[in-house]
Design a binder for this molecule. Structure first.
Ligand code: SF4
Length: 177
């Protein structure tokens, strides 16, 4: 059982990231299996997983991944700055755990986002702010039609993520959270 978990932690973002990660991990330990066997959540989880995959396929196809790697490696750039992790709430962290990803207990790079690893972002379910961001360099270098198609994939990804988050909140609400 999880006792007296503040509901604010579930929906708010104003807590230290480690506290939110611990809360998500406890929810996952107690309810993970049950959540993953719920038919509605299963289906939304699968839709979201596929939408994420489709976004990545398109990002690679149009050269976005290569461009970001070149920027990070050769120009010292990274959009994944420290503090972006504070935008995450417990539900999105829980979704990452449900997707089989473990969450770090400390950042790999003190100046970067908590979830940034040696090889880029280390989590599958990213915040909408990460998914939507196209910098000026990408906008000027990448082919417009490819970017437009990527935007379509991104809309599918963020819509699917939102639907899953809402469903999990409702599910937990029925458990008294
Ligand atoms: S893409 Fe990943 S590493 Fe980068 S800011 Fe978003 S969550 Fe952090």
């Amino acid at each position: 059982m999880i006792d007296k978990y503040p509901v604010r932690l579930l929906i708010g973002t104003g807590y230290p990231i480690l506290e939110k990660i611990r809360c998500a991990e406890r929810l996952f330990r107690v309810y993970g299996r049950e959540l993953l066997s719920d038919r509605t959540i299963q289906s939304l989880h699968e839709t979201y997983r596929q939408a994420i995959q489709q976004s990545w396929v398109q990002m690679k196809r149009i050269g976005l991944v290569a461009e970001c790697t070149d920027c990070a490696v050769n120009d010292g750039g990274s959009c994944c700055g420290r503090g972006i992790e504070d935008r995450f709430d417990v539900i999105l962290l829980l979704i990452n755990l449900l997707m089989g990803c473990s969450l770090p207990s400390s950042p790999w790079d003190e100046t970067g986002c908590w979830f940034l690893g040696e090889r880029g972002c280390g989590i599958p379910a990213r915040h909408v702010i990460c998914v939507n961001y196209i910098c000026k360099r990408l906008d000027s270098k990448l082919e417009k039609n490819g970017l437009r198609l990527l935007q379509e994939k991104i809309v599918c990804e963020t819509d699917a993520g939102f639907a899953l988050e809402e469903s999990i909140k409702k599910w937990l609400g029925n458990k008294g959270f």
